[in-house]
Design a protein around this ligand. Sequence first.
Ligand SMILES: [Zn+2]
Length: 282
Amino acid sequence: MSSMQKMILSTILITILFIGCGKNQPMQKSNKINSVVTLITYKDFVESIGGAEVVVTSLIPPGANPHAFEPVPDHIKQMSDADVYFKVGGNFHFEEELMSGVSVSREKLTIIDCSTGIKIINNNPHVWLGPDQVKIILKNIYSALVRFKPDKEEYFNTNLERFLTKLDSLETQFKNKFNAADRKTFVVYHEAWGYYANHFNLVELAVEKEGKEPNVYHMKNIVEEAKKNKIKVIFSEPQTNRQSALAVAHEIGANIDFINPHPAKYLNNFIEVSNKLLESFK
Ligand SMILES: [Zn+2]
């Protein structure tokens, strides 16, 4: 056997070994861009632009609370297998912990900071809920995908434009409705809707205080504000403890409803949340 033949054979063997070891990996190496995200909403973003050219894994399961998220070795493994990691960026802190493990196991993972170009306001990490911020995120994802597959630029661009057009039309539609609404203040348990509220000139009041259960003083304030603004609904979220939200609702005779800050489908959720808020302003 020539040394070239030996080299080819050993490459084949190594490849087989790797394929054999992967527990839940696809059996043959696809030419799709293997992408990892932390939040489920970014899976929607990357899939919406990447379409048939991407495979996306989101590390935090739907329904889990990202603020309480702890990376486990399996996450590091999934990231090590990926081509690209689309990070939320900004001040979404737990991602840095993830990365400290990944740098050891793989140096070649491309990291795209989706928050590039977004101005973080009041340390608020929830950029994926603001329409203007989402547009920047989508464009960052688009540019990264084009770098991976320049020949698919047109395809990615069509997908990007489709998403942006839908979002634009929803924005206009709801902007008009919010402008015409009698009231603009809503109460949430978890302070996730700052970018969204700013966009539509709404006021978000949070039961939670800086990510923690409220103290007695803050609870009293919220109850007063909620009464003053004739709040009829307290919006909690599926992912978090809502005892204090229930307490406020009880105190002012309001209902509890849910709005999801971690939607699997951004646009559908945008419509649902906007309609619920509008309904509560009536
Ligand atoms: Zn949050």
